[in-house]
Design a protein around this ligand. Sequence first.
Ligand code: HEM
Length: 182
Amino acid sequence: MLGPIFQNFEAFVTDSLGEDAWEEVILRSELSEPDAAYSSLGMYPDSDLSALLNASVEISGLEASVLLERFGIFLLMRFSERFPAYFESSDGVISFLTSVDRHIHVQVRKLYPEAVTPSVLVQHPPDGPVIIAYSSERKLCALARGMIKGAIDYYNRSGSVEEVQCMHNGADQCLFELRLDS
Ligand code: HEM
């Protein structure tokens, strides 16, 4: 996974678990990178993120899925500060989420050919909730759920995101139903 994801995870841990938490998390994690010195241009093993997440679970007592979802909300907010144009070019949550697979992750892969982005597909049936299909070998659906929630917040909307099918239960993709309040 790309360095900025780790840098943002550090900021998330410090922000949500306290100033000293990151040092404690590093001490408890077996990492490829000594002292967790992640650079913006580096690429690091996914196992480092799992180790850092597991240590954060230990010190916070929160479930991994809860932490990942909160990290997703945090990450989306950081992306909106770092890459405002991606957000300003969409007129709302659904068009933004549609642009992730069609445009944003395509740009990410052009800039960083080693990056492996998930598939995030949005279907909008005329009668029924919007469906977001997520799939990735990393099975980080809790992170995806947080990012979808973060997008709802960014566009000043409220609503619900319910995972109705999950890769962790053997499905080939995770499905979220998104309902926005009017
Ligand atoms: C401006 C918005 C966004 C940017 C710049 C962005 C960028 C990225 C980058 C750089 C990665 C890491 C890829 C790698 O290291 O190999 C990533 C992964 C990911 N992105 Fe996005 N992303 C954005 C929006 C979203 C949204 C709205 C979702 C919601 C579904 C999403 C879902 C994910 C997930 C779940 C991953 C983790 C990797 C995986 O599941 O395999 N992203 N994204």
